[in-house]
Design a protein around this ligand. Structure first.
Ligand code: NI
Length: 248
């Protein structure tokens, strides 16, 4: 130890406290980085994109269903002949069963986006179980029979949620194309479409939010996004279909 530190006890205390603070800050930063990572989690399988040479892409829509916007979104997708993946919130499925059933009946994939849309960073395996299983039950009640993929709210997870999911053989789906995360892009439908067309690679997973009033720009962008990707030769698949194309 440095001579000065040995001679002056209070300096040793300050140095010790500083070291603990630095370690704690480092630990918190590591937790924060892990919790928000789009392509890593501590346990179980996480997919943000699939490696394939086929020009396929999955459109995924988070949150809802809401009575106000679901019919219009479904009509648009039907008109464009696109099957998408909806990550729905359990308590909104319970509140809006007709819309959930309509999404299922239209042949779209339905995923689990928790029951209450809480940030799951500090979830325990037990609270995660409740969030996931109540939502699964709501999805089944809406008539959905396929495998139910999972997407955490805000993409956030740390230990309890991934531990539960890994123990139940569930795949976590995030995304690699997120046009709404840049405010400048999100403010204009044409910029959203240009961003998506530019960033999408074979096997990409695109996230958009269409279910709430504030997302008018995203809803306007959807037909442009579809047209732009089709112009580049992309074909639309559900996330499950995308996972089935993975190289083994
Ligand atoms: Ni969400």
């Amino acid at each position: 130890m440095d001579e000065t530190l040995r001679r002056i006890p209070w300096l040793r205390i300050i140095a010790g406290a500083a070291a603990i603070l630095v370690l704690a800050a480092g630990g918190l930063i590591a937790i924060w980085q892990t919790s928000r990572s789009r392509d890593f989690q501590l346990f179980g399988e996480l997919v943000n994109r699939v490696t394939t040479e086929e020009k396929v892409v999955a459109l995924t829509f988070d949150d809802g269903p809401t009575p106000r916007y679901t019919p219009g979104i479904l009509a648009m997708l039907a008109e464009q002949d696109v099957k998408a993946t909806f990550f729905l919130i359990g308590n909104e499925i319970v509140a809006n069963p007709v819309e959930a059933q309509a999404i299922v009946a239209a042949g779209h994939e339905v995923g689990n986006h928790t029951f209450t849309h809480d940030d799951m960073t500090w979830a325990t395996p037990w609270s995660a179980a409740e969030q996931v299983e109540k939502t699964d039950a709501a999805i089944r009640a809406a008539g959905y029979s396929g495998e139910i993929l999972f997407r955490p709210p805000y993409g956030k997870k740390f230990w309890g949620l991934p531990l539960y999911l890994a123990g139940h053989d569930r795949t976590t789906i995030t995304w690699d194309v997120e046009p709404e995360s840049d405010d400048d892009v999100a403010a204009d439908p044409y910029r959203i479409a240009a961003h998506v067309t530019d960033k999408t690679k074979p096997g990409s997973i695109i996230i958009m939010h269409l279910m709430y009033p504030a997302r008018d720009t995203s809803r306007k962008a959807l037909p442009l996004v579809i047209a732009g990707l089709r112009d580049r030769g992309f074909r639309f698949v559900t996330v499950s279909q995308l996972l089935a194309l993975r190289k083994r």
